[in-house]
Design a binder for this molecule. Structure first.
Ligand SMILES: [Zn+2]
Length: 142
C-alpha cells in the first residue's frame, strides 16, 4: 500500500488516498476513477513528495506562530524573572502566606508568589485579598 497526498486542481482540496501501488494510482487516474470528494472534478494531481514543497504554505504559517509564541514566551519569561527578583516564592503555601500578610499585617518587603488553586484564589478574593493570576512557563519546557 502506498499513500499519496492528492489535491484537486479545481477547488484546491487536499486529501490522502491509499493505493495498492503507484501503478494503481496511474491506472485509476487514466480511467478517470479518481475524483475530488468536494467538487467531483477529475483534475486530481499527486502532490510532490517533498516536505518542503508540500507544506510550504503551512510551514511559513507555523513559523509565524512560532515567532509569536516565542515572543509571548519571552514576555512571560521576562515577567517571571521580574517576579522572581522581586517576590518571595512560597510554593503551595500561597493562600496561607497571602492570608498571613493580609490578616497579621505582616510587613514583608517583598510580595509573594506561588501556586494556588482556583478555589483558593476565589476564597482570597472573597476575603478581599488581591491575588493576580499570571501565565507561567515551566522552565523544564526548554
Ligand atoms: Zn475539487
Amino acid at each position: 500500500m502506498i499513500k499519496y497526498k492528492l489535491f484537486c486542481k479545481e477547488c484546491d482540496l487536499k486529501f490522502d488516498s491509499w493505493f495498492a501501488s503507484s501503478n494503481e494510482y496511474e491506472r485509476l487516474k487514466n480511467k478517470k476513477l479518481l475524483s475530488c470528494h468536494n467538487c467531483n472534478s477529475l483534475k486530481i494531481e499527486k502532490t510532490i513528495m517533498s516536505p518542503r514543497l508540500i507544506s510550504h504554505k503551512s510551514k511559513s504559517h507555523e513559523k509565524i506562530n512560532l515567532v509569536k509564541y516565542n515572543k509571548v514566551k519571552k514576555t512571560i519569561k521576562d515577567y517571571q524573572k521580574f517576579i522572581k527578583d522581586n517576590f518571595n516564592y512560597v510554593g503551595d503555601n500561597f493562600a496561607y502566606e497571602a492570608r498571613s500578610i493580609h490578616y497579621n499585617g505582616k510587613k514583608k518587603s517583598k510580595g509573594i508568589y506561588g501556586s494556588a488553586s482556583k478555589e483558593d484564589l476565589k476564597e482570597l478574593k472573597e476575603e478581599g485579598i488581591d491575588a493576580q493570576l499570571i501565565p507561567w512557563v515551566d522552565e523544564k519546557e526548554n
